[in-house]
Design a binder for this molecule. Structure first.
Ligand code: PAF
Length: 280
């Protein structure tokens, strides 16, 4: 596996790979089994697999965890080597942003709600870095976890609107045995918080059961979500919402493809989780 830190170096390698299909897994590192499942899927359908490891300052707000975001490049590289990944692109912040950026990619209509409401500017940062990475890597396929369902919707919309020639592959959420969605930020949780963090999954399961039992009133189910989340004394709710997916519009009645999305602070750690259901 080759580790690349310079854009020019990758461009020169990329020009030699013209007839090979390229699968790309963009990450911010501190990999877990959820990321590895994206690499597995990439390996199944591409000749060459490249992952990026880059903690993107542009998608963090001023009071967010950019400086403390967990990083362990050595361990990440070892795991990817064991998985037979071909290349890792791990640029510095200076390589990606040599001077203050004047161009931002801003996807409208689906970024004002959910995480976009609580993290203003976050999705501009995500869309901008992902487009930059697509321009640099020039992949055929790119793999994203559905734990960030809004991010997947934003990237799909950007690719569609800007005719970016990359096929987006959304991949299922990977969970710990007790249901907690895998996330690099889980490392922040104390033992007690880690136990309480299962409240997100339990609440989503409860909501799924309510819908299966015939509940279709969005407002009633959203109230129920908040009630369920009260079962954890440590849970501080950012949002608990039901939205049509992927347009993220709010509907009175639960129908079609719906996203049940939660963002909850457990102690100081903000966790997100969701389930997407197809309702006939
Ligand atoms: O999902 C992430 O890890 C990041 O938002 C991404 C897509 C790598 C962009 O920095």
């Amino acid at each position: 596996m080759k580790i690349i830190t310079s854009i020019a170096e990758w461009r020169s390698i990329r020009s030699q790979l013209r007839n090979r299909s390229i699968g790309f897994v963009p990450t911010m590192g501190y990999l877990h089994a959820g990321h590895l499942s994206l690499f597995q899927q990439a390996k199944q359908e591409s000749d060459i697999v490249i992952g990026s490891i880059f903690v993107n300052p542009l998608q963090f707000g001023v009071n967010e965890d950019f400086s403390t975001y967990p990083r362990d490049l050595e361990r990440d590289v070892k795991w990817l080597e064991e998985m037979d990944v071909d290349y890792v692109f791990a640029p510095s912040v200076e390589e990606m942003y040599p001077s203050p950026i004047s161009t931002l990619v801003s996807v409208k209509n689906i970024t004002e709600m959910l995480c976009g409401a609580s993290r203003p500017g976050h999705f501009d940062g995500v869309a901008t870095v992902v487009l930059k990475l697509f321009q640099i890597i020039q992949p055929d396929f790119a793999y994203f976890g559905l734990k960030d369902a809004q991010q997947v919707a934003v990237i799909n919309q950007m690719v569609y609107d800007l005719n970016v020639p990359v096929q987006i592959r959304p991949c299922p959420i990977l969970r710990e045995k007790d249901g907690l969605a895998m996330s690099s930020r889980n490392v922040y949780l104390s033992a007690e918080e880690r136990d309480e963090a299962t409240i997100l999954y339990k609440t989503l399961q409860w909501a799924k059961e309510q819908i299966e039992a015939g509940l279709r009133d969005t407002e009633r189910l959203e109230k129920g979500l908040l009630e369920q989340l009260k079962n954890s004394p440590l849970a501080n709710v950012d949002y608990a919402e039901i939205r049509h997916y992927p347009d993220l519009q709010k509907k009175k009645q639960i129908e079609g493809q719906v996203l049940i999305a939660l963002a909850v602070r457990i102690g100081k750690t903000r966790l997100i989780d969701n389930v997407i259901l197809e309702i006939k």
